[in-house]
Design a protein around this ligand. Structure first.
Ligand code: TRP
Length: 349
């Protein structure tokens, strides 16, 4: 976590950019992405997908990477990877990403992006790599040995951002160290070899973190996440299984009643209604009524997205075409940037 001062600075910069986005969309290129380790869930949706669609529709250049090489930073297998990648494209489109406006692509299909890793690695020190707090946390959570790829993945993310000259990256506060790393790499490259890369800023998202159904962080591995790809029945079942507490009267009290309050927050986000008001209405209806309200709100909100998802699933050729087109376009951009890098470095023979 960067210190308070640098957080304040990043927040100020982020607010300035937010205000300028609609005025000068042509000045911005966004890059963000996801690891294809499973299906996207409500946390992804409200935490970032809505924001991506908003930026796309403002006319900003929007790029979304399906980070397949990041899957093996802390796993020993690429099982189900193709299935996960295609389903991620389906999730994106169902949520409103428009392939005519947003470039969707994968790491592994864009060699020139990956090649940026070599000059970029020469611009960072071992101690910088080792002190990245996210890397440490991920390694501990995975229970896996620290691989060279996990250690260096923030540099790889710099390649993701910089190959397309991205200058804004929507992030949560915990991701700011990655942005800092990318800024350093771009600055050092430009100082050493001449200006090729832009200055990158994090676009801090203002959406409150949506809790998992049990009040913990929403994560597929905790079984507390509603995926976009679930059916209404599966959603109802998952919500029904979630824990409440022994007090019948439903109140919104995140500190003392995390599970009940997480369910109220979920219903609130999906229905646009105040969580306290929902709690008052449910009152002595208890956990059963609470779960009914949450299920109705979630299924109601996601029904059109799921409907679109089901349609897209029927046309896998179309989904593959979208990815092939995105990959082809990403290759053009990456080759162009790599040529600029070679020129700046005097490596044109
Ligand atoms: N690490 C991100 C995730 O796990 C995905 C990602 C890959 C990314 N490259 C990126 C995000 C570059 C922002 C910028 O979801």
């Amino acid at each position: 976590m960067p210190n308070e001062g640098s957080f304040e600075a990043a927040l100020r910069r982020s607010n300035e950019i937010q205000a300028d986005l609609a005025v000068h969309p042509e000045n911005y290129t966004m890059l963000t992405g996801d690891r294809p380790t499973g299906r996207l869930h409500m946390g992804h949706y409200f935490g970032t997908l809505v924001e991506r669609v908003r930026l796309q529709n403002l006319g900003i250049k929007t790029n979304v990477i399906i980070a397949d090489y990041q899957v093996i930073t802390d796993r020993d297998t690429t099982e189900h990877i193709a299935d996960n990648v295609y389903n991620m494209v389906i999730d994106y489109l169902a949520c409103g990403l428009d392939p005519a406006k947003t470039m969707i692509f994968t790491h592994s299909a864009v060699p020139a992006l990956n090649q940026l890793m070599l000059p970029f690695l020469s611009l960072v020190s071992e101690s910088e790599l080792k002190r990245n707090p996210t890397v440490k946390a991920e390694q501990e959570a995975s229970g896996h040995a620290l691989t060279g790829l996990l250690l260096t993945y923030p540099v790889h993310q710099a390649c993701d951002i910089l190959f397309c000259k991205g200058n804004i990256v929507p992030v949560g506060r915990d991701q700011l160290p990655h942005i800092e790393q990318t800024r350093n790499i771009a600055r050092r490259f430009n100082e050493r070899y001449g200006k090729v890369f832009p200055t990158v800023d994090g676009l801090l998202t203002s959406t409150p973190l949506i809790p998992g159904l049990d009040g913990r962080k929403m994560s597929k591995s905790y079984g507390n996440a509603v995926s976009l790809s679930m059916t209404a029945e599966e959603t109802a079942k998952l919500i029904k299984k979630s824990k409440t507490d022994s007090e019948r009267n439903i109140t919104f009290d995140p500190d003392n009643r995390p599970e009940v309050s997480a369910l109220l927050t979920t219903a609130s986000i999906c229905s646009g209604r105040d969580p306290e008001e929902l709690a008052n209405e449910i009152g002595m209806g208890g956990g059963g009524e609470l779960k009914r309200v949450v299920t109705e709100a979630v299924n109601g909100y996601f029904e059109p997205i799921r409907e679109r998802r089901r349609e897209l699933e029927q046309d896998m050729d179309y989904i593959k075409d979208i990815l092939h087109e995105g990959n082809a376009r990403a290759n053009e951009i990456a080759n162009q940037t790599l040529n600029e890098v070679r020129e700046a470095m005097g490596m044109v023979y």
